[in-house]
Ligand binder design. Structure first.
Ligand SMILES: Cc1ncc(COP(=O)(O)O)c(C=O)c1O
Length: 345
């Protein structure tokens, strides 16, 4: 970059960017500090106003933003960045536009979902994990280039293998010896077909919407992120605690949020141990909770065999497990009762 008159370079992505981008920064040798995280809005989408500000600040320091990464389906919540706006910015700045559609990419197979990824067609490169919603076994991550010759920048040859013109699998990847995962993808695309994938994707999105409705209908649960794809997050918040949170002092709010984190972790671990069902867990920093680190249940509704009844049972089991909490729940109840009594007085 010094040769081109710059003092540094940067890759910009939202704070919800996947950790694999940090690995990529490591491999490129640019250092993780050059991967810059831009805050997101309430829906976990990159704040493009803050992206613009950061780009201006970097340029003022003579640092070249050389790639912007849009996320089409964040790992935690399944939300999609405004890809057209990102494409406009990348175009104006003359930088590479990559879309991480590891989660969302397969939604392009559905005529009913494709509009959600508008702008992805303007990307220079796109990641799609076939082992997610293309339903291929693990290890079928792909990167697709608009200009196929771009990959030749990292091409390798050896005399005993990968000779020039040969189609060896390892010529563009870090691993030399690779399994032929493309065969599985090729077979699945032919057997399941676009129509079949549309059914699979649509049922997962519909099921996530249904689960969101079930969560909202139960007074002791709170939907944390509305599903756009087949992912959503939620947590257990007793109704009286919800009411208390509305009128609590800053200090009480902090205590309640800490206890809710403990309760979420307790329920998640117990449910996993009980072996009937498994709901994953992650941490978010929602605006409405003062960006405090908050533990939430994270659900991916990809399995076509998951029924509405199973989803009801997952919530009922969580309600039962909560009752066995001997520390967090009684403390929450006590604080909520004090706050509500004070508020009524
Ligand atoms: C948004 C996103 N990008 C990239 C990846 C990386 O995928 P892999 O674990 O297959 O390397 C994932 C995987 O979970 C992901 O969710």
């Amino acid at each position: 970059m010094k040769h081109y008159g710059y003092d540094g370079l940067a890759v910009l992505v939202s704070e919800r960017g996947h950790y694999s981008l940090k690995k990529a920064a490591d491999v490129l040798g640019i250092g993780r500090d050059c991967l810059i995280a831009i805050p997101t809005d309430d829906n976990n989408r990159i704040r493009t106003d803050l992206l613009e500000e950061k780009i201006s600040a970097l340029k003022a320091q003579n640092i070249k933003p050389f790639a912007i990464v849009g996320v089409a389906g964040t790992t935690e919540t399944g939300n999609i960045d405004p890809l057209n706006t990102l494409a406009d910015i990348a175009e104006r700045e003359g930088c590479h536009f990559h879309v991480d559609a590891a989660w969302g990419g397969a939604s392009l197979m559905s005529n009913n979902q494709r509009h959600k990824l508008a702008g992805i067609e303007r990307a220079d490169s796109v990641t799609i994990d076939a082992h997610k919603q293309l339903y291929i076994p693990m290890g079928a991550g792909m990167v697709i280039f608009k200009d196929p010759t771009l990959a030749s920048a990292i091409e390798h040859h050896a005399e005993y293998i990968l000779r020039k013109g040969s189609k060896d699998l390892g010529s563009h990847t870090l691993e030399g010896s690779r399994s032929g995962m493309a065969m599985l993808l090729y077979a699945a695309l032919n057997i399941i077909s676009r129509k079949g994938y549309e059914m699979l994707i649509d049922q997962s999105v519909d099921k996530a919407a249904h689960f969101a409705a079930l969560i909202k209908a139960r007074e002791n649960f709170e939907l944390v992120t509305e599903p756009e794809l087949c992912l959503l997050t939620y947590r257990y918040v007793p109704e009286d605690v919800k009411k208390a949170l509305d009128v609590a002092s800053e200090e009480d709010r902090e205590t309640i949020l800490d206890l809710l984190n403990d309760l979420t972790e307790f329920v998640q671990k117990r449910q996993r141990e009980s072996g009937h069902s498994f709901v994953s867990r992650t941490r978010l920093t929602p605006e409405k909770w003062n960006r405090k680190i908050s533990s939430v249940f994270r659900v991916v509704l990809a399995n076509p065999l998951t029924t509405h009844e199973i989803l009801e049972n997952v919530l009922s089991e969580q309600e039962e497990i909560v009752k066995t909490s001997e520390i967090a729940l009684p403390k929450l109840r006590e604080i909520a009762s004090r706050i509500l009594t004070e508020a009524a007085a």
